[in-house]
Design a protein around this ligand. Structure first.
Ligand SMILES: [Zn+2]
Length: 148
């Protein structure tokens, strides 16, 4: 068995490869000097010294968004896998009085008056049952966030 015979790179190819490697190194060094918060990165993007810098910042923002998205999905999965007792404990920890304010009408209702959302921290939705029904009636095509 002999090693596969790759064509010898030309001088120009070697030069291009070295230049790419050098650029990758500069990108990594600049990327590591950047903050991780998307808000700070967005501010930096406005004052980026060059297109090259802006490109690195934009890629970093995309990467952060992707990571956040993945982390939220993992958290939803973890929440959804809880037993009813664990959900109850989480509700009591978040709403010690057993009541929660609706994000739509602003009224305070017992936690039981909210639709069940196993994948949320407190196991229920953010709108009370009447508001949720109203919301669905007004825009039936809106995702119900079932399981979120
Ligand atoms: Zn409400």
């Amino acid at each position: 068995m002999s090693a596969p015979n790759y064509p010898t790179p030309t001088r120009a190819e070697r030069k291009a490869w070295r230049r790419k490697k050098e650029n990758d190194r500069r990108v990594a060094a600049y990327r590591n000097s950047l903050p991780s918060a998307i808000g700070q990165l967005t501010e930096l993007l406005e004052t980026a010294p060059s297109d090259w810098h802006a490109d690195v910042i934009r890629k970093r923002i995309d990467h952060r968004r992707e990571m956040d998205h993945r982390r939220r999905a993992q958290r939803r999965q973890r929440f959804a896998a809880r037993s009813p007792e664990e959900v109850r404990d989480a509700q009591l920890a978040k709403w010690p009085s057993g009541a929660k304010a609706c994000k739509r009408c602003g009224e305070v209702h017992p936690v039981d008056s909210f639709p069940i959302r196993p994948a949320s921290l407190d196991g229920v939705g953010i709108y009370c049952n009447p508001c949720d029904a109203q919301r669905l009636a007004e825009s039936p095509n809106t995702p119900t966030n079932e399981g979120i």
